[in-house]
Design a protein around this ligand. Structure first.
Ligand SMILES: Nc1ncnc2c1ncn2[C@@H]1O[C@H](COP(=O)(O)OP(=O)(O)OP(=O)(O)O)[C@@H](O)[C@H]1O
Ligand SMILES: O=P(O)(O)OC[C@H]1O[C@H](OP(=O)(O)OP(=O)(O)O)[C@H](O)[C@@H]1O
Ligand SMILES: [Mg+2]
Length: 396
């Protein structure tokens, strides 16, 4: 399936080479790292490589984390790290190397998201934070890339196929219907505009769309159908506003990928470079502890009762009050008639944010008073499931 940049159409040999690089790179271990452009302005073919050409783990002592240098992921990534007490110290925004003082021997390198992935593949970075869409597009299933944390809870979007709401597409509402449209023939294939020149063609092939061609552009793809450049687009959608404003619609079965920010690592680095596994463990623990905590509140309340067990029974009879591992109950002592007694008990539980009001109602219903709610900063589990998963992926 050829993917052409409209610019290259004026230059047939270049368009052909662009296509061959895209189709061959998927079978190569070093994904999308090498392509040959033999264009009419060049006398002989040149080889262009993304990152280090050397196949070995590059010789260096520092561990490198790649972060988005610009774009919509950049500031959210820094904010997340800051919330995990891993603030990045960058002297000025045009300086592309920085440090995280809490993690010695770690260098932060700011790169465009796609270059973070390419440089993980080439061994020039060890860890990175980018969108899953970027990992999937530029990693192209490379087994050296390992998802360490697959849900950093920002950068949510989906990669979707969209078609016009009007004309011959008015009653087309699924991939199956699109694939079966009689209009697409070898002479007049379905034209798809996309920046995702690996995932787009792969998806169409998987969906049995036989007659299809692709064109690529760097942005504003939603204009392509109205401009007459393509019938469909494959692009990122988050709010859906851009599709709506351009009279386009998503269709059943047309979501290629659900994406959000992820922490990704090079398998080679994790297994071969000294210190990478330890630093990954620390970053992962901090991320997990923080992300678990932001979904929860700590609730404390006082309850009258005859014993800790009796208070516990009342609390556990309510579905929203069991906490993470059950309630903590402590006696509140006071002096009455010269004797120390405990008529009240203080209870502490963690409550998911979305169940907060329900929990307060349930607490009141069983005699809770003086309910205090505080935000949580971290919840450290005994061991994070993702860490165990990572070790098993690495065969450790
Ligand atoms: N509405 C959205 N549109 C595009 N990307 C989004 C959206 N919401 C979240 N993202 C995430 O943000 C990432 C970065 O997008 P951004 O547009 O900033 O950079 P880019 O397009 O990848 O880079 P470049 O500007 O070099 O093309 C995307 O890869 C995706 O994971
Ligand atoms: O569903 P929505 O919330 O409307 O977001 C989707 C749009 O956002 C992105 O474009 P971006 O803003 O990065 O501009 P671009 O076209 O220059 O890439 C993406 O390529 C879509 O066009
Ligand atoms: Mg963009």
């Amino acid at each position: 399936m050829p993917v052409v940049n409209p610019f290259f159409q004026q230059c047939p040999s270049a368009s052909l080479s662009t296509f061959s690089s895209l189709s061959h790179s998927s079978s190569s271990l070093r994904v999308s790292v090498k392509f040959t452009v033999s264009c009419c302005i060049l006398e002989s073919p040149v080889t262009v490589v993304n990152g280090n050409i050397d196949q070995r783990v590059p010789d260096r002592d520092e561990i490198r984390l790649g972060l988005p240098s610009k774009g919509r992921m950049a500031s959210d990534t820094l904010d997340l790290l800051k919330d995990c007490q891993l603030s990045v110290k960058q002297v000025n925004p045009r300086q592309y190397v920085a440090a995280i003082p809490q993690l010695s021997n770690l260098e932060v390198w700011f790169q465009r998201p796609k270059d973070v992935v390419r440089k993980l593949v080439s061994g020039d970075l060890d860890l990175g934070i980018v969108g899953l869409d970027t990992v999937s597009e530029y990693g192209q299933g490379n087994e050296d890339l390992i998802l360490v944390h697959d849900a950093l809870e920002f950068g949510d979007c989906r990669l979707s196929l969209a078609i016009p709401k009007y004309g011959i597409f008015e009653n087309v509402n699924s991939m199956k219907e699109l694939a079966q449209m009689p209009q697409w023939t070898a002479e007049k294939p379905l034209r798809v505009a996309t920046g995702f020149t690996y995932l787009g063609p792969k998806f169409m092939k998987e969906n049995g769309v036989k007659h299809v061609t692709f064109s690529t552009a760097d942005g504003a793809l939603e204009a392509a159908p109205a401009m007459g450049i393509a019938e469909a687009i494959v692009d990122l959608v988050s709010s859906g506003t851009t599709l709506r404003e351009n009279n386009l619609k998503e269709i059943e079965g047309g979501v290629i990928l659900q994406s959000q920010a992820v922490l990704v690592a090079s398998r080679k680095s994790l297994t071969q470079r000294k210190g990478v596994l330890d630093i990954t463990h620390e970053i992962l623990e901090r991320l997990e502890a923080h992300l678990r905590a932001i979904g929860q509140f700590t609730v404390t309340a006082n309850m009258r009762g005859s014993s800790q067990e009796e208070v516990a029974e009342r609390i556990l009879s309510q579905t929203s009050l069991s906490g993470l591992q059950g309630p903590t109950i402590s006696p509140v002592f006071c002096k009455r008639d010269g004797r120390v007694a405990a008529d009240y008990y203080a209870i502490v539980i963690c409550v998911p944010k979305k169940l907060l009001y329900k929990s307060v109602q349930q607490l009141r219903a069983i005699g809770g008073s003086g309910v205090l709610i505080s935000p949580l900063t971290y919840i450290f589990d005994e061991e994070t499931p993702r860490w165990r998963e990572l070790l098993s992926k690495l065969g450790l």
